[in-house]
Design a protein around this ligand. Structure first.
Ligand code: NI
Length: 256
């Protein structure tokens, strides 16, 4: 079994406090590589620190749209310039979150920082990890006007089957997470069935979004296999083949 968790937050205190055990459980389930994603300055620095300790762990740095309070040009580029570290493989997670942000002025700020971070990634040769929650149309418009030049992933994709083609037209990958396994999840299962296999990557987004039957517990990379099992079932294909293709996709996405 060869697995890559392309979006995990081992830099979150819930996992970081027990890092060695979390990582050894991951390795026992067949996880070979993990990409730790930052959401602000401190978490981006911690992501790099973890990547320095383990040869099979990589980092992404950036500002999540809900972590922009008090961020200015100086702090933004301080964090983006952490990408000069050899273990940094992407910029993220970046994007728009209209679920938590209702203030139109603050949504404009999210857009502004999203664009700046895409442009930085384009200039410096990085893929991006995109967070988009209840903001698909605006996310898409920005991506069309500021096209990612080195690919990227629509992380934890929660949109419709119809919108998959818009993402693929931008040469992006689609990340699926725990919600695919939820018993009542109709759309995520339809999406899992329809994504072209060569565009699919798997992620836990741990410590959040534990897959069924572990919902409500602290998620960790070891649980990625539950997501793979469910997608193989939905697509009626062998798990071995699914994982081979997804492994290649993940390596291509982040140049691992
Ligand atoms: Ni995340």
């Amino acid at each position: 079994m060869k697995l890559i968790d392309t979006h995990c937050h081992l830099n979150d205190q819930a996992l970081y406090q027990d890092l060695d055990n979390v990582i050894s459980r991951a390795l026992q389930t067949g996880i070979e590589k993990m990409v730790v994603i930052g959401w602000n300055k401190e978490s981006s620095e911690t992501a790099i620190k973890i990547a320095e300790q383990y040869p099979f762990i990589y980092a992404c740095v950036g500002f999540h749209p809900e972590n922009l309070d008090g961020v200015n040009e100086k702090t933004l580029y301080e964090v983006l310039n952490l990408s000069k570290h050899p273990k940094v493989v992407g910029i993220g997670e970046i994007g728009l979150d209209y679920h938590w942000e209702k203030d139109p002025a603050k949504r404009e700020i999210q857009k502004e920082f999203f664009i700046k971070q895409i442009e930085y990634a384009n200039e410096h040769g990085f893929p991006i990890s995109i967070h988009s929650r209840e903001a698909f149309q605006d996310t898409l418009e920005i991506l069309k006007n500021h096209r990612p030049q080195h690919s990227g992933v629509m992380h934890c994709y929660s949109g419709s089957v119809e919108n998959i083609k818009d993402i693929i037209n931008l040469n992006l990958y689609i990340g699926l997470d725990g919600p695919v396994t939820f018993r009542n999840a109709k759309t995520p299962k339809e999406v899992a069935a329809e994504i072209p296999l060569e565009r699919l990557v798997l992620e836990t987004d741990c410590p959040y979004l534990s897959p069924h039957p572990l919902r409500g517990t602290v998620n960790e990379p070891a649980n990625l296999i539950l997501i793979a099992d469910e997608i193989a079932n939905i697509r009626e294909m062998s798990k071995k083949h699914l994982l081979e293709v997804v492994y290649d996709n993940s390596c291509k996405l982040f140049n691992l």
